[in-house]
Design a protein around this ligand. Sequence first.
Ligand code: NIG
Ligand code: FE
Length: 408
Amino acid sequence: MSARSEPGVPARPTVRSSGSLLVDNIGELVTNAPGAEGDPLGLRRDAALLIEDGEVAWIGPARYAPAADRRIDADGAAVLPGFVDSHAHLVFAGDRAAEFAARMSGEPYTGGGIRTTVGATRAASDDELRATVGRLRGEAMRQGTTTIEIKSGYGLTVADETRSLRIAAEFTEDTTFLGAHVVPAEYADRPDDYVGLVCGPMLAAAAPYARWIDVFCERGAFDVDHARAILACGQAVGLGVRVHANQLGPGPGVQLGVELGAASVDHCTHLSDADVDALAGSATVATLLPGAEFSTRSPYPDARRLLDAGVTVALATDCNPGSSYTSSMPFCIALAVREMRMTPAEAVWAATAGGAAALRRTDVGRLARGARADLIILDAPSHLHLAYRPGVPLIRQVLHNGVPQCRP
Ligand code: NIG
Ligand code: FE
């Protein structure tokens, strides 16, 4: 947790590489180091990278590569930092494939299906939930995701939110308490009482397992006063703030997030000029989730408008059984380029360094001496191929803490 700026759960024991490992013969290395004008990715050609103790120990021209205990030949391929997926809802049971099919036949997405998943999640055992998180975490890793944030939000009782976060913490340090996802059916007539539960006993039980607090601030979920109260309670016990905002329509969520110093406001599909201005003058990241627009057949957010205003943009999957059942960051990169007016370089930056900024982490999302040795070797010569070859399994190998993971 040394590089972390906010409180969180105790770190899981980390498997780090031992000895030194040289990744050699890299055709194109994405470092995300601030580089020349027009090169947001800090690209280096014909590079090599040395890993020691799970960290990047050296980067330089391949011809000066030092000796190492082991070597991986990248064979001229592109190497990138592992993807940082800063928004995922992996603790759930059941699926909502029928709801997806209905949407593709014209039904709108309203978020109403969240309660269906709440019912299935409450009925599931710990081991069933753990197996689902593990399956999706493995799926994401095979697609290049080396850091992932995981939210609660399908339990909505003290016990079910707490166990969701306890299970999430077995898989990531970036756990988020989303007890304010929707008002559960049993509180439908008394939302104030539910907000009291979230701010009181639920937060007290959940906070030890959480680094972040999040609220779905949207018509049909939580209004701005409830959202502000809940987020302030979370801040008071040391949690960092993130907000689901402006997904289904215009609203106050984005500006609330900026007001509270949120690390990130997520979705940002419907933004006013004042929302964009607020973000541009702040340290809050706008996290865009194009899997949700794809799966709900909704208009995509305009990333170009945000980028041109100087806003820091992240891309994440929003992996969940309702609005975006994908764990694939390459898919989100391709959507962002094709549908949201991002360049391939901007989309790759947003999926790596942008995600790290959204989680306020400096140890991941970049490749430089001292960074965590989380990297992807592509089956392609350039990062451009991630958008140019959509749907193709381009992730040849993933290293996490310097440890090669199983090949896809
Ligand atoms: O980020 N918008 C709120 N929460 C999720 C959707 C959850 C669901 O539909 O189950 C989202 O899209
Ligand atoms: Fe979400």
